[in-house]
Design a protein around this ligand. Sequence first.
Ligand code: GAP
Length: 522
Amino acid sequence: MANSEDLFKNIISHAKEYGFIFQSSEIYDGLSAVYDYGQNGSLLKNNIREYWWKAMVQLNENITGIDAAIFMHPTTWKASGHVDAFNDPLIDNRDSKKRYRADVLIEEHVAKIEAKIEKEVEKAAKRFENFDAVLYRTTNPRVAEYQKKIDEINLRFKTALETGDLAEVKQIIVDCEIVDPVSGTRNWTDVRQFNLMFSTQMGSVTEDANVIYLRPETAQGIFVNFLNVQKTGRMKIPFGIAQTGKAFRNEIVARQFIFRMREFEQMEMQYFVKPGTEMEWYNRWKEKRMNWHRTLGIPAEKYRFHDHLKLAHYANAACDIEFEFPFGFKELEGIHSRTDFDLKNHEKFSGKKLQYFDTDDNQNYIPYVVETSIGLDRMFLAVLSHSYKEEKFASANPSSGGLSDGSKRVVLQIPPFLAPIKVGVFPLVAKDGLPEKAHEIFNTLRYEQQCFYEEKDTIGRRYRRQDAIGTPYCITIDHQTLQDNTVTLRDRDTMQQERINVSEVSRVVNEKVDVRQWLKRL
Ligand code: GAP
């Protein structure tokens, strides 16, 4: 298996080669951090979205879904705090003309010092028997010196951010002697705050045009509709409103393929609860969301919680579910206890009451909110990177479909219900009446599942192409089919084939890819 950097590169080129993800407007050399989903990618993305929707909306009686507009009244973003506070500190290097997030430069510098500590500890562990790493970290003078540096930087940085002292943020970069990785120089500009919202204008004449924003999160469409849904749906607290849809952020540094994009999709749910009960719901939703991830069959150790120590101004608790991507553990989903911050501010800015009348307690209140928020594209990357397997066989594998070079294959072991194509239907050869019989089967199955028909090329190559896009099952129609009405059903992961009667094909396939098996694990 390739090292993780190579592996990630291989995954990216595989995603392009097999129609999952293309760079946006590639013929014009692309648009940075914007991607298009191809024929297989859009199917996989739809399936992930649908699985989330079924788990959140269909299976929870007290969660309902909406589809709010991307454009919202501009005051929405004043009320939510995004106009004033949705900023990243940026800095430019005058020589390379590259732009960086100042906080990321500092964090990367700290990570380098941490790596030096790890190296010292590793070296010492090799030198001494019965090595006590904890004791070494607290007593070794060199390690203590590094740790002191880290603590100093972290404290200065935290204070600078809290007080909004951007000159101090720059001074930290200068004092740490951080160089631009491209130019190698320290020729930095001042640090400026950069608002991440994209803006545009609504209205035909420039004079009366209003600045409006492309939503940076879908959540606000839920907040402003809170009472509409509660009243028309006769919802009783606690209840949730879910939504999936595009969000836009003018990220300063957009790297790592579809991990950080400027246009992306979120799947969010706001759960409205009685004030004072929010921590109980926050803990329940942490558990429920982690459970959703685990139903996919991805090993538990690929996920971990990361509790936020520094909370956003609106939160009284927050954590991330992190996933081990090929470039390390990174945020996949956020779970936030957002208090009544959003509803209270929308009430204030709109002048409209956003309160709930609790018939049990005979009182009005603004509910508290627990939010679960996952990036669909990040989830796509998690599924894609975990499913991608480069397999090598010691010798030609007899069940590989007769491919004479049968020593390697790339297979996407996507959970069957998420796979873009569920079944490949192939006549063994394109003659002797086999294509006609195969078409008959294909024309029945296509009403039930996303199928793919192909008759060109050797059967082994056709199997390989389906393995590469994660098709869990392939049906092959051969000469025996014409005699006894049986076909072979090939399993992507084991590459084993079994013969089944044509009359059984649709039942067997439908059962194998039936999403209910996974939903029942929730
Ligand atoms: N409403 C809360 C909210 O938007 P967030 O932590 O900023 O919280 C939630 O975003 C999720 O959206 C993240 O966990 C991540 O999966 C996804 N996300 C955020 N920014 C993204 C970006 N630039 N590209 C892709 N996904 C992103």
